[in-house]
Write a protein that binds this ligand. Structure first.
Ligand code: CUA
Length: 378
């Protein structure tokens, strides 16, 4: 008995030290995909509610445990004590322990119901409408106001509410941007809605949150919350990525030629980790023409559109109009480097087994040409 008592304190100290280390590692700053650092109004409503509930729970815990520990020591039995006085029922005590929890539940229920109504309210009329379509396994984003389509990287302006109208092209997915908004499932035959206003600019990871097939985990996306003027510049740039003039028309100055510099400036300010090494990323690259031809003949064009403006609906694969400027490819699976892009083009089934993109028998050289072509699409 004495020996165990002597050993206990060091063990407790060790456990407390370990716990401290573990908790220090849990800082939400290290985990950007956290709901505990809200960066928008919607997320803050949910976070405030969580804080309220936790505060009440802490209060109850401290009071109950405090009374319990006090009673254990204060009324501890000693040898020779008489039998304790027996009681059966106490109306006053029973009323107190019924009324107090009821009041605490009410204190939690009122803000909860208010938050439910707030987060389900119709957004203001000047909100920016964005259509979201979940696909196995990537996200399509359409901006009807600007007639633009993009994939896997959602650009939103800071300070303006975005109103999301969401659906699915196949199975049920769930749209979840932890630092901005809640989860909302998306369905093939029903529109779900959500809104949020980004308040802090930055690049935020997001994730499909409903199991939707073997590559559910690789259905990630990013939210680029940009200053209003940066967002406007992005929109203006994307609007240059329209349909090509029909063959035979005199060659207009290709937007891709100026695109490279514009893209670099834009992504640098947004803090992207995009790599732009090697030969020029534009039509002046000798591999560009070969890549363009391969894109048409290898079947890529059947599933991917290269137009941001007037993009056809119902494409099987992600829109690639600005693929060269995105920070990730294959829905958050790989960093968008030339090397990874070539690997992906050659063997998507090895990287993301079950993905709808088949291995197309692309050689190493052909992959290089396709990379040069796609990299120019920024
Ligand atoms: Cu889509 Cu999980």
């Amino acid at each position: 008995m004495l020996r165990t008592a002597a050993w206990r304190p060091p063990r407790l100290v060790t456990a407390l030290c370990l716990l401290t280390f573990v908790l220090v590692g849990c800082s939400p700053e290290h985990y950007p995909q956290t709901t505990l650092l809200p960066r928008g109004d919607f997320a803050r409503i949910a976070d405030d509610l969580l804080d309220t509930t936790v505060r009440w729970a802490l209060l109850v815990f401290v009071l109950v445990e405090g009374v319990l520990i006090y009673a254990i020591f204060r009324f501890r039995g000693k040898p020779g004590d008489p039998e304790p006085h027996q009681t059966h029922g106490n109306t006053t005590v029973e009323i107190i322990w019924t009324v107090i929890p009821a009041l605490i539940l009410a204190a939690i229920a009122v803000p909860t119901v208010r938050a439910i109504f707030q987060t389900n309210a119709t957004p203001a009329k000047d909100a920016l409408t964005i259509e979201v379509v979940g696909h196995q396994w990537w996200w399509e984003f359409r901006y009807p106001e600007y007639n633009l389509t993009t994939a896997n990287e959602l650009h939103v302006p800071v300070g303006r509410t975005v109103s999301l109208r969401m659906g699915s092209a196949d199975v049920i997915h769930s749209f979840w941007v932890p630092q901005f908004a809640a989860k909302r499932d998306v369905f093939a035959n029903r529109e779900t809605r959500m809104w949020f206003k980004a308040e802090v600019e930055g690049d935020y990871p997001a994730q499909c949150a409903e199991f939707c097939g073997i590559q559910h985990a690789r259905m990630a996306y990013r939210i680029r919350a940009q200053k209003p003027e940066e967002f406007r510049a992005w929109v203006a740039h994307m609007q240059t990525l329209g349909p090509k003039p029909p063959p035979g028309t005199p060659p207009a100055p290709k937007p891709t030629a100026t695109r490279a510099t514009a893209g670099e400036v834009k992504t640098a300010t947004a803090g992207a980790t995009l790599q732009q090494p090697g030969p020029p990323a534009g039509p002046q690259n000798p591999q560009y023409a070969t890549g363009e031809q391969l894109f048409m003949t290898k079947g890529c064009v059947g599933c991917h559109s290269l137009q941001a403006v007037n993009a056809p609906k119902g494409m099987v694969g992600p829109n690639l109009a600005n693929v060269g400027a995105r920070s990730y490819i294959a829905a958050g699976t790989l960093k968008n480097t030339d090397e990874n892009l070539a690997r992906w083009i050659r063997n998507p089934q090895e990287i993301k087994k079950g993905v709808l993109m088949p291995n197309l028998g692309v050689s190493e050289t052909e992959a290089q040409a396709l990379v040069a072509y796609l990299r120019a699409h920024q």
